[in-house]
Design a protein around this ligand. Structure first.
Ligand SMILES: [Zn+2]
Ligand SMILES: [Zn+2]
Length: 256
């Protein structure tokens, strides 16, 4: 890969959007990062479990897991399924460093969050599930950190209010570089130890926990246990996309 060419292509793409108000995907004129036509191409996550939002075949149901062992969080906002264009864009961000696609997908989630919190109280803190420093060095960036920054920016812009503030440092960090998730079975993923993550700043009572993709929920649950231990009373999960439960055969992609 010629890095000079790559960065030139990326700069051109970002400038095209910034200077000419164009959709990040199809480049048609649009006041938003995604035109209305492209917004319709994302697979909505419905029907899904009322609690954990795992895709189901019927509406108004709780999945088996939530019936026997409810998750530690109170709300889960997961408006899209990890398939089609959403999956493609997330892969391109993570594995081809096409960071400009972070804007359109975080824009989509911000619109859903504004609808969801209409008449409700917003969390006091937005915490993201961080990658391990070694993974950040390999990739060159932590995608959940950049996504959270854009998410907060869009929520404040679209609502015309400073509903959320962007803290300079995340409240948790990842200490153990766990195996790439796709190499683990569902059982192994669910054994994710609590000390994989560590709290480094005070935790508010009502927090949002953001991760780009939610699969079995084991990472989310490990983080929730930790946040509760450090004072969180209400945790809302924010995620761009939810995968179906494939038992032991999960998506062929490292998700963290
Ligand atoms: Zn478009
Ligand atoms: Zn469920």
């Amino acid at each position: 890969m010629d890095w000079i060419d790559l960065s030139t292509i990326k700069i051109k793409k970002v400038y095209r959007r910034l200077l000419f108000n164009r959709c990040f995907i199809c480049y048609s004129k649009s006041p938003f990062p995604l035109c209305e036509h492209c917004q319709l191409g994302f697979q909505i996550n419905s029907p899904s479990c009322q609690r954990c939002q795992i895709p189901l075949n019927a509406t108004d149901l709780l999945c088996g897991q939530c019936q026997t062992s409810p998750p530690l969080y109170q709300e889960c906002i997961a408006p899209y399924r990890f398939e089609g264009i959403m999956k493609n864009l997330i892969h391109r961000i993570k594995f081809q460093q096409e960071n400009h696609f972070i804007r359109p997908i975080t824009f989509l989630l911000s619109k859903h969050l504004i609808d969801f919190y209409s008449g409700k109280t917003w969390p006091e803190q937005v915490i993201y599930v961080p990658s391990h420093p070694d993974r950040i060095r390999e990739r060159g960036f932590c995608q959940t950190q950049i996504m959270t920054t854009h998410l907060i920016q869009y929520i404040n812009e679209l609502s015309g209010d400073t509903l959320l503030s962007n803290s300079h440092s995340n409240q948790i960090r990842k200490n153990i570089n766990t195996h790439a998730q796709h190499t683990l079975t569902k059982k192994e993923r669910q054994k994710s130890p609590i000390n994989t993550y560590e709290v480094i700043h005070p935790i508010s009572q009502h927090v949002a926990l953001f991760d780009d993709v939610m699969t079995t929920g084991s990472t989310i649950n490990a983080c929730c246990r930790l946040l509760q231990k450090h004072g969180a009373k209400k945790i809302d999960i924010w995620t761009l996309a939810r995968t179906p439960d494939h038992e032991n055969k999960l998506d062929n992609t490292p998700l963290n």
